[in-house]
Design a binder for this molecule. Structure first.
Ligand code: ADP
Ligand code: ADP
Ligand code: ZN
Length: 219
């Protein structure tokens, strides 16, 4: 099963993708995480992407489609993928359709996670992630169970993203509304879109997503 979590920054895509990995054996494919890994590794792609990401703009479709295509050729995606933060433009969505078709696969569902802009700004401002396993936390909404220790992997180092500040978040929200929101109608037309309330508690959002996926599995 392949699904897309579609939603603005802070909607909870990464949080839910990690839960889906555990519950369904799917692989999270986060283009944001892949770009941050490229920056950390100091690759040419990373160097070019960094300035764009710091501004909250989108990295070019060619670069993104290239890294996703390479990723889809790895064997660990065989059970299916949760796309998190990809596609973000109509050109990426069309490229994804082709990449999956070329591999004898297809997209099963697109889940739009909706949330209010002001809530999103608050979520992003308090976000931090485990340096080791990438799990997202929030100072108020999702703290670690034990202070300073990752629930998931026991890691004790955490990172806050350079682009998770109020100014850049507002720019990223505009970029989402302008360049990514058109994908809602693209996938509605394809009969693949479901909407969940991303303002609900994390467990309630997980339950809404499970309902959608059960429907897909039954056909
Ligand atoms: P995205 O991947 O869509 O940018 P994240 O999953 O990283 O979003 O979530 C953004 C922030 O909001 C994180 O700090 C996370 O802990 C928190 N968060 C995620 N889902 C919820 C929720 N349903 N309610 C409150 N906070 C949430
Ligand atoms: P968010 O938590 O806001 O959803 P991501 O980690 O998905 O953020 O993305 C961080 C940044 O990486 C984006 O603001 C953008 O610059 C770049 N990026 C990530 N995925 C894509 C993509 N599919 N297309 C273009 N740029 C991307
Ligand atoms: Zn961890």
């Amino acid at each position: 099963m392949n699904l897309i979590l579609l939603g603005p920054p802070g909607a909870g895509k990464g949080t839910q993708a990690k839960i889906l990995e555990e519950q369904y054996g799917l692989k999270q494919l986060s283009t944001g995480d892949m770009l941050r890994a490229a920056i950390a590794a100091g690759t040419e792609t990373g160097l070019k992407a960094k300035a764009i990401m710091d501004k909250g703009d989108l990295v070019s479709d060619d670069v993104i489609v290239g890294i996703v295509s390479e990723r889809l050729d790895k064997p660990d995606v065989a059970k299916g993928v949760v796309f998190d933060g990809f596609p973000r433009t109509p050109a990426q969505a069309e490229a994804l359709d082709k990449m999956l078709a070329g591999r004898g696969s297809k997209l099963d569902a697109v889940i739009e996670m909706r949330a209010d802009d002001e809530a999103l700004v608050g979520r992003i401002a308090g976000r931090f992630t485990c340096k080791t396993c990438g799990k997202s936390y929030h100072d108020k909404f999702q703290p670690t169970k034990k202070p300073g220790v990752c629930d998931n992997c026991g890691g004790t180092e955490f990172v806050r993203r350079a682009d998770d500040n109020e100014k850049t978040v507002r720019d990223r929200l505009q970029v989402y509304n302008r360049q990514t929101a058109p994908l809602v109608s693209y996938y509605a037309k394809a009969g693949k879109l479901s909407v969940v309330d991303g303002m609900a508690e994390i467990g309630a959002v997980t339950a809404s997503i499970a309902k959608v996926l059960n429907g897909v599995a039954k056909g």
